[in-house]
Design a protein around this ligand. Structure first.
Ligand SMILES: [Zn+2]
Length: 266
């Protein structure tokens, strides 16, 4: 048990943990997840909803392994992956090179890109066509359709250029090539803060609890990024990795370079 997470298994030398709060949130979300989607006598819809919910996290887990294995392939460290209600976190530390960071980041979304044809073929195999499911569709067809849709939405959402999402981290690595790590971090964290501010305003107006949580989370991470950039600016670049690792120990979530948040909860 580490910080409320317990170990599920170990694969490729990477420990996979699940946070206890996942179960609490799952109990609340699973009934809503399949509401009005899965139907039929005999089959309780909740069974399909639960299966879809777990499948979402399996996709997130494969995505995290993409980050972790890519990071290791460029000489970085990949310690463990934690699944929690907002998605997954791969605790990785790539070497201090923009190319190494870039590859460690884009390998995650690349997994979802590779899953696009896989999920399309799976949907075609169960439904016999690529038409949208309708009322007459079986639960299996609907399930296959939603897996395909969820994977695609995860990809789109993660690639938004908002730090600390993968898209924002990709932008960070690209800017790093041009203006250096510290300035790049400053720029993307300001973009993250701005985006979080807009979403927060919008979600307060619409009293959308999920977006309030999401914007606070993004805003907090972006703020930490901004503070880190200011600290690093005063330091010798050779000490960056040490400083970043130290902050990671303090903040626990700081070191993670990847954050998956699924956009499906409203
Ligand atoms: Zn990711």
């Amino acid at each position: 048990m580490i910080n409320g997470s317990f170990k599920l298994f170990r694969l490729f030398g990477i420990d996979v943990f699940l946070h206890w709060s996942w179960f609490v949130i799952a109990i609340f979300l699973i009934p809503q997840f399949g509401k009005g989607t899965f139907t039929g006598p005999g089959n309780t819809p909740i069974y399909w909803s639960a299966l879809l919910y777990v499948t979402l996290f399996v996709i997130v887990l494969i995505h995290e392994f993409g980050h972790a294995l890519a990071c290791r392939s460029v000489g970085g460290q990949a310690r463990h992956i934690v699944l929690w209600p907002l998605g997954g976190v791969a605790f990785v530390q790539p070497p201090h090179r923009p190319g190494a960071h870039l590859w460690s980041i884009v390998a995650g979304p690349l997994v979802n890109v590779m899953l696009i044809p896989v999920t399309i073929i799976a949907y075609f195999l169960v439904s016999g066509s690529l038409m949208l499911p309708d009322l007459a569709s079986s639960n299996l067809e609907k399930f296959a359709f939603y897996v395909m849709a969820l994977n695609f939405m995860l990809l789109i959402f993660n690639m938004l250029p908002v730090y600390p999402l993968d898209g924002g981290q990709t932008l960070l690595a690209l800017l790093w090539f041009v203006i250096g790590r510290v300035k790049a971090l400053k720029v993307v964290s300001i973009i993250g803060l701005t985006a979080a501010g807009f979403v927060l305003l919008f979600s307060i107006v619409t009293t959308d609890m999920w977006y309030i949580i999401l914007s606070l989370f993004v805003g907090m991470q972006a703020w930490n990024g901004y503070r880190l950039a200011k600290t690093l600016a005063k330091m010798d670049p050779r000490l960056y990795d040490e400083r970043i690792a130290k902050q990671a120990e303090q903040d626990n979530v700081e070191q993670r370079i990847v954050e998956e948040i699924d956009p499906w909860r409203q």
